[in-house]
Ligand binder design. Structure first.
Ligand SMILES: Nc1ncnc2c1ncn2[C@@H]1O[C@H](COP(=O)(O)OP(=O)(O)O)[C@@H](O)[C@H]1O
Ligand SMILES: [Mg+2]
Length: 236
């Protein structure tokens, strides 16, 4: 199953873009250890669209956070672009995360004080270390994702859930990452809006980006080319 790949698409290669070898995550708590992930091995090929499913508390978010290097494994090894992340320095990891990975969350996680345009421009500024207000990149991306010119100046709270998630997708894409990690991207949206967002994500995948998405909704998982189910921290 591990070697199974999605439909052929642009950017598809023979080397996994992500590889986990016996990755575990154990949280040590006062009342004992919680094994959130238990020796998970997994290979993701470039251009794949993977859905991670499983009951609440099964370790889905933990797995996604490890893949995104937001957290580190307690055992096992994680390779991104063939690089062993355990030997990278904090700075190298930050760079890898910034340049190669985009995140999309259930709660959108936009910065409340920044407007839509500024939220999308922000990671670009972090990367280029200069204000690029004149750059049209953020604006073009937002318009392409279906926002109107007028919405660019709106703060997140002045936008609907679906509009906020479009802004979050634009923010995730602004530095042109190869990998998009989505944790319940439609979890806060109604069914109709969720479908619109999933169609957008499918388009992003067809443009060549690898997507790994956590969901507990079978209709949402249908958009993926492969589904991985996790129960009690193990792939089943
Ligand atoms: N920071 C943490 N500290 C302690 N336990 C945690 C932490 N994060 C997650 N867990 C535990 O790890 C398990 C998996 O959590 P999680 O990955 O969030 O599951 P899911 O996303 O599938 O609902 C759960 O038992 C959860 O309580
Ligand atoms: Mg979760």
């Amino acid at each position: 199953m591990e070697e199974e790949v999605g439909p052929a698409g642009p950017g598809k290669g023979t080397e996994p873009v992500i590889r986990l070898e016996g990755v575990s995550k154990v949280y040590s708590l006062p009342f004992g250890d919680v094994i959130a992930l238990d020796a998970v091995s997994l290979a993701v090929m470039p251009g794949e669209f993977i859905a991670i499913m499983g009951p609440s508390g099964s370790g889905k978010s933990t797995l996604l956070n490890l893949i995104g290097s937001l957290d580190v494994p307690t055992a096992g090894r994680l390779f991104i672009d063939g690089r062993d992340t355990s030997v990278l320095s904090d700075d190298e990891l930050t760079e890898l995360r910034r340049d190669r990975i985009g995140f999309i969350f259930q709660q959108f996680n936009l910065i409340p004080l920044l407007n839509a345009f500024e939220n999308v421009e922000y990671p670009l500024i972090l990367k280029t270390r200069q204000s690029i207000k004149k750059s049209k990149k953020a604006q073009e991306l937002l318009l392409r994702l279906g926002l109107t010119e007028a919405m660019l100046a709106h703060k997140p709270k002045e936008l609907s859930g679906g509009q906020q998630q479009r802004v979050a997708i634009a923010r995730a894409l602004i530095n042109d990452p190869a990998i998009l990690l989505c944790d319940e991207p439609t979890g806060n949206l109604d069914t109709k809006t969720g479908k619109v967002i999933m169609d957008l994500l499918k388009e992003v995948n067809m443009s060549g980006k690898t997507i790994i998405m956590v969901t507990h909704d079978p209709d949402v998982a249908m958009y993926a080319s492969r589904t991985i189910t996790i129960v009690d921290g193990r792939v089943v």
